[in-house]
Design a protein around this ligand. Sequence first.
Ligand SMILES: O=C[C@H](O)COP(=O)(O)O
Length: 249
Amino acid sequence: MRQQFVAGNWKMHGSLASNAALLAEVLAGVGTARCEVAICVPYPYLSQVQQLLQTSQVALGAQDCSVHQSGAHTGEVSVSMLQDFGCRYVIVGHSERRADHHESDVLVAAKAERALEAGMTPIVCVGETLAERESGLTRAVVLRQLLAVTHLLREQTSRIVVAYEPVWAIGTGRTATPEQAQEVHAVLREHLRTVSEAAAGVRILYGGSVKPDNAAVLFSQADIDGGLIGGASLKAADFLAIAAATRQD
Ligand SMILES: O=C[C@H](O)COP(=O)(O)O
């Protein structure tokens, strides 16, 4: 059985004041959530959010990590630094980083490996662009991206989370239909099954314009185990409603 999981990705949003207000509301309502909940925040706010989440069930995550452990790598943040702030999760390979920073499948896999070595759980993002979908390449693209981390799935299955995020659905208000999302999740699940029995149990989140009004139907799909939530994680009521829409197996 896979416990459903809802992770908020604040992306490059927030301030000390707005984070405190948002989390006060989230924490007031999250007690009833049936799923696991995490929030991935910008680096400068890790300390603040760590303290605010201290006595709650909400886990802390980061939005990226360095492939390097330490040294002369200006601007980079290592997994051990993230651990200093109690991060349990780290997103790797988000399409915004793949696009903005030219992150390759190999680099994403190496970052996931660093996270695993440090005892953290990487949330490995995969997803096709609109052009790739329209060219019939969705399956090939997501499998290529997943294959890059397959050696890790073989070795450390239980601590990896996969997130399917069609690039054309991110922040656009254009959500994949539940059928479109399930179709890709099933492809990913099928691959995970070929890796090992344990890998078949890896949670696969859906991300891309998840809102309170479409969350339940997305999460009711057989291979969708929750969501990676961008814009809606910045509104406490929406984020809580999405967490409340998770399936209870
Ligand atoms: O990491 C989150 C995803 O990119 C989804 O973002 P969104 O919910 O704003 O579409």
